[in-house]
Design a protein around this ligand. Structure first.
Ligand code: XIL
Length: 380
């Protein structure tokens, strides 16, 4: 018996070896295939991509991604620019694009302190409105926007960036006018408007302990009140050294323990010299132009490409380790040319934070990310 089994065992081992070798040598050709069964892979798309004007970008999105987020189309200032005025043309095209390609469609975002028109918080003579008025405006906005896409937008970023770096609540007009329960109200309204939708609290720098602890306390409180919060969104506007892989690991473990899912909602990795000392993704931040802050205007040197590839691989390794809790990883943009990081926090820089370069070609970081998934699958 033993002697008879030998050749079979040997050929099975050989087949396994060949498979493993093939899988590691030939990384899958698309991100979504590489991570199928682990988590969705998304991209934030802009107006040109939503409307079909950017054919090259659309081809990448269709081939590589199985989830989309609207970079700006569903922000309050765009979808609801004036009282009673809704601009659904672009968001309708956005949702149709996702449905056509059977994608997981994200809504971003309902309640935020940026990209919200001043009228939302003011009365006719320019004073702050009272709590009841603002709650009603919030309710109407959420019911109109979430209601329109009920059952079609699967996940909403309900509240975006409500915390300061120290974990306390940001003094936004929402907080000042409504009070602390504006967050609970926003989640409650969103849940009522679409009970099936996944609801996310989204923020940046949650890899820093103080801010993370603030979010943990906030979510625990909301859950204790019976409020539906499905997931925490880690924006992931990262750098080459921050957050460390250990920070990311700790963060994912902490949210897993809390019993919420995690989405990496806005991933990009900055290779440019930092323009500020603090780790922030506050969009209103503005730093003066300086040629020293823009060293790769003519292209990214191979050594930095490699650094970026390793950095992406490191982070995706942690996401994979926590694939029971990570539901989605979304890149904030399609190609480097599209990235908001070309203009933030310094205007007019040449940034290289994504997986596809300015000509739409996959970068070494792309190969690295697909290889991480392939390697994990052969060693499991
Ligand atoms: C950015 C967009 O990418 C830019 O086009 C826009 O000018 C400003 O906002 N955190 C968020 C996103 O939640 O909505 C921001 O998107 C980036 C930081």
């Amino acid at each position: 018996m033993f002697v008879k089994m030998q050749p079979m065992v040997r050929s099975a081992a050989l087949a396994a070896f060949i498979l493993a070798f093939a899988a590691t040598a030939q990384a899958p050709t698309s991100l979504k295939e590489a991570y199928r069964g682990d988590f969705a892979i998304g991209a934030a798309i802009n107006t040109a991509q939503i409307t079909g004007q950017d054919r090259r970008g659309d081809a990448i999105v269709e081939a590589q991604f199985n989830s989309i987020s609207p970079e700006n189309a569903l922000k309050w200032e765009n979808v609801h620019p004036a009282p009673g005025v809704y601009a659904f043309d672009l968001p309708d095209q956005y949702v149709a694009f996702g449905e056509k390609h059977h994608m997981f469609i994200v809504g971003h975002c309902l309640v935020w302190h940026n990209q919200v028109p001043a009228w939302v918080f003011r009365d006719d003579i320019g004073n702050f409105v009272d709590r009841e008025t603002l709650l009603k405006r919030m309710h109407d906005h959420i019911f109109t926007v979430v209601g329109r896409y009920k059952g079609r937008i699967q996940s909403w970023d309900v509240v975006n960036e409500a915390l300061n770096d120290d974990g306390t609540l940001r003094q936004s007009p929402w907080l000042k006018i409504i009070g602390e329960d504006y967050i609970a109200k926003a989640f409650q309204y969103a849940h009522e408007a679409d009970p099936q939708a996944q609801l996310t609290y989204n923020d940046y720098s949650l890899e820093n302990g103080a801010k993370r602890n603030g979010v943990i306390a906030l979510i625990a409180k909301l859950k204790a009140q019976g409020i539906t919060v499905t997931s925490v969104g880690l924006q992931g506007h990262d750098g080459l050294t921050w957050p460390s892989v250990e920070d990311e690991d700790t963060t994912l473990s902490a949210f897993a323990k809390l019993g919420v899912k995690v989405a990496i909602t806005e991933l990009d990795i900055d290779v440019l010299p930092p323009a500020t000392r603090q780790q922030s993704a506050e969009v209103s931040l503005k730093v003066q132009q300086d040629p020293k802050l823009n060293p790769y205007a003519d292209g990214l040197p191979q050594s930095v490409q490699q650094q970026l590839a390793e950095r992406y691989a490191g982070l995706f390794g942690v996401y994979l380790k926590h694939r029971d809790v990570v539901t989605r990883v979304t890149l904030w943009g399609v190609t480097d040319g599209d990235s908001w990081r070309n203009d933030w926090p310094v205007k007019g820089r040449t940034s290289h934070p994504l997986l596809f370069d300015r000509s739409g070609q996959p970068k070494p970081a792309f190969q690295a990310v697909t290889r991480v998934a392939a390697t994990a699958k052969t060693t499991n």
